[in-house]
Design a protein around this ligand. Structure first.
Ligand SMILES: [Zn+2]
Ligand SMILES: [Zn+2]
Length: 268
């Protein structure tokens, strides 16, 4: 059984057939998914929370993506704080820096990233990091403002960057990119990532693995990435399923604020 540690099930591309998508996921052995709650940014930050209320196999994150940093007001952070108290919210994310698109000014991205790191510290929640063409700045913000745990989602760095992130205590999540012909450095990073820091994800609807590259990605495609990860590491896919599930549970389903997480929404 797999846990997809990162997917965007609130994406409009799933609006028409989400039930079927989740049925295919279950049939493919993807029993649980972490639905990322960034949506289109503030003021609407509860999209994944609403999905997690509807489907018992879904957990949620809340956060502002760096793309949307310019839309943040002081109220956005208060909204995140209150949404994060929902029983099925497991992390703050995805947050970070994206200098590839630069949809928000870099200064705003940095400020909003730091504010959300403070919020995650305050709430004792792990973080889900998005970083694109911004490695140095992302690492320097994290060094200065973060002492907890987290996930570098869609890790596409090289082995040197993997080592740097691992030394800081992060988990690395690999996905469909592993199957791309040109991704040899990423496969090398996946090879050196220890069992106990390994996670898998789809980032659906983005980044479908080969043979679906360019199509809408969905959680049921994840076993393809897991197979590739298993091949790269010279182990069986069952081993990948076991270690990534255990890691996700340890990192994201740990007790917080003294209350043991039960996996069942208490309706609060
Ligand atoms: Zn991302
Ligand atoms: Zn994402």
């Amino acid at each position: 059984m797999f846990i997809d540690s990162h997917c965007h099930l609130d994406d409009p591309q799933f609006a028409g057939d989400l039930d079927a998508v989740l049925e295919r996921a279950a049939a493919a052995g993807v029993s649980r998914m972490l639905s990322i709650g960034t949506g289109d940014g503030p003021p609407e930050l509860d999209r994944a929370v609403r999905l997690a209320d509807r489907y018992e196999q879904l957990y949620a994150t809340v956060g502002v993506h760096p793309h949307d940093a310019a839309k943040v007001t002081p109220k956005s952070i208060d909204d995140l704080r209150s949404l994060a108290s929902h029983a099925r919210v497991l992390a703050i994310g995805e947050i970070g820096l994206d200098y590839h698109y630069d949809f928000s000014p870099r200064e705003a991205q940095r400020d909003v990233f730091i504010e959300q790191l403070k919020l995650a510290s305050e709430l004792n929640l792990p973080i889900v990091i998005h970083t694109r063409e911004a490695w140095e700045d992302t690492m320097s913000v994290l060094r200065e403002h973060w002492k907890g745990e987290g996930i570098l989602h869609c890790f596409t760095g090289d082995p040197v960057q993997a080592r740097e992130a691992l030394d800081m205590g992060f988990h690395l999540a690999y996905g469909g990119v592993l199957t791309f012909r040109t991704a040899e450095a990423v496969r090398e990073a996946a090879r050196i990532t220890p069992d106990d820091r390994l996670l898998i994800e789809t980032d659906a609807p983005y980044l479908a693995p080969i043979p679906w590259r360019g199509k809408r990605n969905e959680p049921s495609f994840m076993p393809e990435a897991a197979r590739k990860l298993a091949e790269v590491r010279g182990v069986g896919a069952e081993h990948i399923a076991a270690v990534t599930t255990a890691n996700f549970e340890r990192l994201c389903l740990r007790p917080r604020n003294g209350n043991r997480y039960t996996g069942v929404s208490d309706g609060n």
